[in-house]
Design a binder for this molecule. Structure first.
Ligand SMILES: Nc1ncnc2c1ncn2[C@@H]1O[C@H](COP(=O)(O)OP(=O)(O)OP(=O)(O)O)[C@@H](O)[C@H]1O
Length: 257
């Protein structure tokens, strides 16, 4: 099977005030192309650090990360930012939208800096794709709105459009529903499930069992190490949710959640 992400003996140590904090200790896992994987675990266990390290936003201390067939461990910051721009998409709890731009402009701005954005023809394609994504995620009506003129759910769906504008091979999401109410959270998750069904691989950090229950597999991280994984299989429809949540909850309890 094709692995989009291979994480091998990944270690990450922060040194703060001369004190060493071994946040990730020999983390190993693979993510197969098209897989949707959630990362759960107690606060401070290293979930976000893992997401940032495997996506090259932060440097690893030891081990290796193979993304889309090549080791990114030794890549320069410049090479890594090109890979992030062209092959990875990011959705965060803090949405980091630019205040002086409309929703539409926020979605296209990074793509204008990509390879495709260098030509006029490329920029036309980006504009068309932004509209297509906005239609798909049902935010086309707010394209020209200011970011302060939309709901939290709409803003997060705009962030997903922004993350997808460069047609990434993989999406990294850190608590994408963390600041949303339950209705908006459900809408955002439905979009993520759809994207995954269309082939996007996703690695998502969450505290929310309802969110994790829609993914294929949950990794449980504790003290910087993966303590276990729970395979849920593909989420098909709402009718499965109660059973998936129940099963996941009882596994999480066993893990010490
Ligand atoms: N940039 C940094 N510099 C120094 N220490 C850091 C840095 N980022 C994270 N840490 C430390 O790494 C540890 C793990 O933090 P991390 O944010 O990865 O945990 P988490 O599991 O995502 O937590 P939460 O669920 O609360 O978001 C914590 O002890 C934190 O203080």
């Amino acid at each position: 099977m094709n692995q989009i992400l291979e994480v091998k003996d990944l270690c990450k140590t922060y040194i703060v005030n001369k004190r060493q904090n071994n946040v990730l200790r020999n983390v190993n896992f693979n993510l197969t192309q098209g897989e949707f994987v959630a990362v759960m675990g107690p606060s401070g266990s290293g979930k976000s650090t893992m997401l940032y390290t495997v996506s090259g936003m932060d440097h690893l201390t030891a081990g290796d990360v193979i993304f889309n067939g090549r080791s990114i461990a030794g890549f320069s910051d410049k090479r890594m930012s090109e890979i992030r721009l062209n092959e990875m998409g990011f959705v965060f709890q803090q949405m980091h939208m630019l205040r002086n731009l409309s929703i539409y402009d926020n979605i296209i701005v990074s793509a204008y800096h990509s390879e495709q954005g260098k030509t006029r023809q490329g920029r036309t394609k980006i504009n068309d794709y932004a509209l297509e994504l906005m239609r798909k995620l049902d935010i086309i009506d707010i394209a020209d709105n200011d970011i302060t003129e939309v709901s939290g759910g709409q803003l997060q769906r705009a962030c997903i459009c922004r993350a997808l504008i460069n047609r990434p091979k993989m999406l990294f999401a850190d608590e994408p529903t963390g600041s949303l109410n339950s209705k908006a959270s459900k809408e955002v998750m439905e979009e993520m499930v759809k994207l995954n069904r269309e082939g996007t691989s996703i690695l998502l950090v969450t505290h929310d069992v309802k969110v994790a229950a829609k993914t294929d597999k949950v990794l449980y991280i504790m003290d910087g190490n993966i303590k276990g994984e729970y395979v849920l299989g593909k989420y098909l429809d709402e009718a499965q949710m109660k059973e998936r949540e129940r099963a996941l909850n009882s596994w999480l309890l066993e893990m010490g959640w």
